[in-house]
Design a protein around this ligand. Structure first.
Ligand code: PEP
Ligand code: MN
Length: 262
């Protein structure tokens, strides 16, 4: 089987592009609210912030967990933006739903693990919420599709893929290699599946955000998920790749969105 989908039905910046923006991590209530206010002022409709952070090594900031979820609720109440966060376990799903998170995403370390994906899928049985599934860290298209199939088999029909690049020893340019042929093949296999690009985790540094966004648009991607922080240099995770809401607005304003992908 492949996927039985319904349209995502998310607010978009224009009919061709949906943008999700917000910090890598929800660090403090002030940082979350300040970043969200600035993004809302620039016209952003969907806020992202990680509250459970999968870190490569122990000792890094692992997120504020449940304590940060009321901050996201406040974002929704005060700005009207929809909210999204990463879930990696059934407990995360349950808590995110309890605090009215609007959109869930599954991270690249989790989508590489079929047991974790199945447990998340089981916890979503009977729940109607959009779920965005990042590619697994390794360049395995079948594993990526399989992760989405598990969610879909639980009855979730509003699904999108997020292309965030693939781990490699070679980090000369990219933090995670884009290997565009993989999302292109995904589009060929499942044309109705919306595909987002995450230029922040592909690039790993600010200067690459604009060209990666344009490449995604040229390839006909449907959305962008971009890490934005009110004070990026002071971010507690992924500082080098985060941009201010001002810069995001500037980058989005320069994007050329064509009628047909090149
Ligand atoms: C993130 O979105 O902050 C994140 C941890 O991403 P990924 O799963 O793509 O590494
Ligand atoms: Mn991040």
């Amino acid at each position: 089987m492949e996927l039985d989908l319904l349209p995502l039905n998310l607010p978009s910046d224009n009919e061709k592009l949906t943008v999700i923006a917000g910090p890598c991590s929800a660090e403090t209530e002030e940082q979350v609210i300040e970043t969200a206010r600035q993004l809302a002022y620039k016209g952003c409709h969907i806020f992202r912030a990680g509250v459970w952070k999968p870190r490569t090594k122990p000792g890094g900031f692992e997120g504020n967990g449940e304590a940060a979820l009321p901050w996201l609720k406040r974002v929704k109440e005060e700005t009207g933006m929809l909210t999204s966060t990463e879930v990696a376990t059934p407990e995360h799903v349950e808590l995110a739903l309890k605090y009215d998170i609007d959109i869930l995403w599954v991270g690249a370390r989790t989508s590489a693990n079929p047991f974790a994906m199945q447990a998340i899928a089981d916890s979503l049985q009977g729940v109607d919420i959009p779920v965005l599934v990042k590619n697994p860290v390794n360049p395995d298209l079948e594993l990526w599709i399989g992760a989405m199939e598990r969610i879909n088999q639980a009855g979730v029909k509003r699904i999108a893929a997020i292309h965030r690049g693939f781990s490699s020893y070679d980090k000369k340019i990219y933090r995670n290699l884009p290997m565009w042929q993989i999302p292109i093949e995904l589009r060929r296999r499942i044309p109705e599946l919306p595909i987002f690009c995450d230029p922040s985790h592909i690039g790993g540094r600010r200067e690459l955000i604009a060209p990666l966004c344009q490449q995604a648009m040229d390839l006909g991607f449907d959305g962008l998920i971009i890490e934005c922080h009110c004070d990026p240099d002071k971010a507690w995770s992924d500082a080098k790749q985060q941009i201010t809401p001002d810069i995001l607005d500037y980058i989005l304003g320069l994007l050329v969105i064509r009628d047909q992908s090149v």
